[in-house]
Design a protein around this ligand. Structure first.
Ligand SMILES: C[S@@+](CC[C@H](N)C(=O)[O-])C[C@H]1O[C@@H](n2cnc3c(N)ncnc32)[C@H](O)[C@@H]1O
Length: 210
């Protein structure tokens, strides 16, 4: 079988014990294997570090894979706020960050992210970095909330912008696909953002809040 470019590059890297533990714990718990792709996980750490971000908010914790990648790139007194619908997922994510020596940076808000975001807006919270990786229909709403919660120059990353090809297939007109198309266009054109789209893996959007 031909190797994909994504796989070729992934295989150049050494096994990461902390991230391998996340994968094993997810499959042991019977949870879906939908953590961010390895290359984008590395990119999250890289962007956190080079941007000097001290705080991050992620929407969608699952087993803590992206949480580890974000927390690794921030200073030791940095802060990760992770929004997760399911209490048992947040618990596993917290355990995996703790096992990776990063648990002290992470706090979890359990429940529908929309409610957590409204309450963070009301509290005047601010973050340097955002990772959107939850239910796709709400991406446009999540993007608006992230812009409201952003420090000047903050970075917003969002996973699965291609929806395994559905985004570019005109015959697909479901609510998630339509939401992603609108989201992608906003990243490209909104005056408040400086956006860029990466087409590797399942697609990643990046934007800097002006
Ligand atoms: C793709 S997974 C997140 C993967 C994670 N970011 C990673 O890379 O390790 C999506 C997660 O979003 C959570 N989720 C879905 N809808 C949500 C909602 N409305 N509010 C909060 N979390 C939600 C799911 O329970 C799931 O854990």
């Amino acid at each position: 079988m031909e190797r994909s470019p994504d796989r070729y590059f992934d295989e150049l890297y050494s096994v990461d014990a902390d991230l391998a533990r996340v994968g094993a714990s997810i499959s042991e718990a019977g949870m879906p294997d939908i953590s961010v792709a390895a290359g984008y996980g590395r990119l999250l750490t890289f962007l956190m570090r080079v941007s000097g971000a001290r705080s991050a908010m992620e929407i969608g914790a699952l087993g803590g894979y992206s949480g580890i990648c974000l927390a690794r790139g921030m200073p030791d007194d940095g802060r990760l706020v992770s929004l997760e619908l399911k209490a048992e997922y947040a618990e596993l994510a917290k355990a995996n960050l703790t096992a990776a020596g990063l648990g002290h940076k992470a706090e979890y808000r359990i429940g529908d992210a929309r409610a957590s975001l409204e309450s963070m807006k009301a509290d005047g919270e601010r973050f340097d970095f955002f990772f959107i990786d939850a239910d796709k229909e709400n991406y446009p709403f999540y993007l608006e909330c992230c812009i409201s919660l952003a420090n000047r120059g903050a970075i917003i990353a969002a996973d699965n912008t291609l929806l395994r090809g559905k985004t570019i297939d005109e015959s697909r007109q479901g609510p998630s696909v339509k939401a992603l198309r609108g989201f992608n266009a906003t990243i490209a054109r909104d005056e408040r953002l400086e956006g860029v789209h990466l087409p590797a893996y399942d697609g990643l959007a990046l934007a800097r809040v002006k």
